[in-house]
Each structure stands twice: as structure tokens, then as C-alpha cells.
Design a binder for this molecule. Structure first.
Ligand SMILES: C[S@@+](CC[C@H](N)C(=O)[O-])C[C@H]1O[C@@H](n2cnc3c(N)ncnc32)[C@H](O)[C@@H]1O
Ligand SMILES: [Zn+2]
Length: 187
């Protein structure tokens, strides 16, 4: 098996085909990358998308929780130094995460919104972004990053939606966020 893998890796045409296949898995004709009004670059609908439709796969490296923890800390430290975006690690299950910090993962550029039009569906060890409702061509695609309220101050939200809670926090924790924010304003 090892020698077969070596043969495959040493065959330039096969390697090229493998890379092309990998690259294609991270693309979709339903969406494209553009500069975003929310943050940096974002992903936009390139054509009308029906509610429930599978839009694109969130591809990356399958890593265990130990590696994920180490990479998460490193990505956070790097983003604090450079001001660049961090957080490309996606929780898959109890054992594994997907590190989507690879250039062919277009879905890594999807921004968060407090009123998202997409959500991530986990299918086995793969993650797909699906439309939550009908989406018009040119609309920015967004999903709920579902960050924990514990670190809300590190993640101000600029989604611009009327119901924006001001921070990137999981919807289920909005009540707790509001409680914490009201404590600060009543001090
Ligand atoms: C995975 S990146 C998304 C792509 C990013 N716009 C870029 O150009 O690299 C995640 C980062 O984008 C930024 N971001 C995403 N959604 C945001 C939002 N609603 N408000 C503010 N910043 C956001 C945050 O810096 C976050 O850590
Ligand atoms: Zn928001």
C-alpha cells in the first residue's frame, strides 16, 4: 500500500489530477468570492439558490481534537499579531474537526451573520453548506459561526442585520449575551 501511494505521488500526471480533484471539491458554480461589506472577502450567490439546496462543501484537513486545540491556539495567536482573520476550524464530531485553512476551501470565506441565509450540515465526515431559504443572485452567503458566549468580546459582529446582537455568538446563547451586556450597561 505504501509503495502504491509513493508511485501515485511520484507520477506527476496523477498528482496533478489529484490536486485538481481536491481543488474542484472546494468550488461550486452556485457561488463566487467577492469583497464583502461585512468583513474582508466573502462568498456570494452567483445564481438563484433554492432553500435547502446544497451549495458548497467546507473542505479541509481532518484532524483530531488534540491537533485541533493546538492549531486553534496558533491561529488565534497569529490573528492577534497580524489582524488577519482566524478561526477556520470546524467541529465535526466528538473525535474530529476539520481545519479548513487551505486555499482551495472557498467556503472558509463565508462570513457570519446574526440572520444567516445558510447553515452547515454534517454528513459523516464531510461538511456541506446548505441554503436556509431561497437566495437571490448577488446576495452574500452567511452562516452562524455559533461561537461560545464566553469569548464574546473577542468577536464583535459587523453583519449589519437589523437584529444583530453586536457579537458573533451562537443564537442559543443570545439570552446569556444580552444578560451580560445589560450588566455592563447598568454598572
Ligand atoms: C473564516 S474568516 C471569514 C472570511 C473573512 N471575511 C476573510 O476575508 O478572510 C472568519 C473571520 O472573518 C471575520 N468575520 C466573519 N464574519 C464576521 C462578522 N459578521 N463581523 C465581523 N467580522 C466577521 C472575523 O474576523 C472572523 O474571524
Ligand atoms: Zn451580527
Amino acid at each position: 500500500m505504501a509503495s502504491k501511494n509513493r508511485r501515485l505521488a511520484n507520477n506527476p500526471q496523477t498528482l496533478h489530477q489529484q490536486l485538481l480533484k481536491l481543488w474542484k471539491r472546494g468550488q461550486s458554480e452556485l457561488c463566487e468570492v467577492r469583497n464583502s461589506e461585512i468583513h474582508g472577502r466573502g462568498v456570494y450567490a452567483a445564481q438563484a439558490i433554492a432553500g435547502g439546496e446544497k451549495i458548497i462543501e467546507y473542505v479541509g484537513e481532518l484532524i483530531d481534537k488534540k491537533k485541533s486545540e493546538r492549531r486553534g491556539v496558533a491561529q488565534q495567536a497569529k490573528s492577534e499579531q497580524t489582524g488577519d482573520a482566524a478561526v477556520y476550524i470546524f467541529t465535526l464530531n466528538k473525535t474530529y474537526d476539520i481545519d479548513g485553512d487551505v486555499p482551495w476551501n472557498t467556503a472558509r470565506l463565508i462570513n457570519h451573520s446574526c440572520e444567516p441565509n445558510c447553515e452547515a450540515w454534517i454528513q459523516g465526515r464531510r461538511i456541506f453548506i446548505h441554503a436556509l431559504r431561497d437566495i437571490s443572485p448577488g446576495e452574500e452567503l452567511t452562516f452562524d459561526y455559533a461561537f461560545d458566549v464566553e469569548h464574546y468580546q473577542d468577536h464583535p459582529c459587523l453583519c449589519g442585520r437589523p437584529n444583530c446582537v453586536g457579537y458573533i455568538v451562537a443564537r442559543e446563547q443570545w439570552d446569556e449575551l444580552k444578560r451580560r451586556l445589560s450588566e455592563i450597561t447598568t454598572l
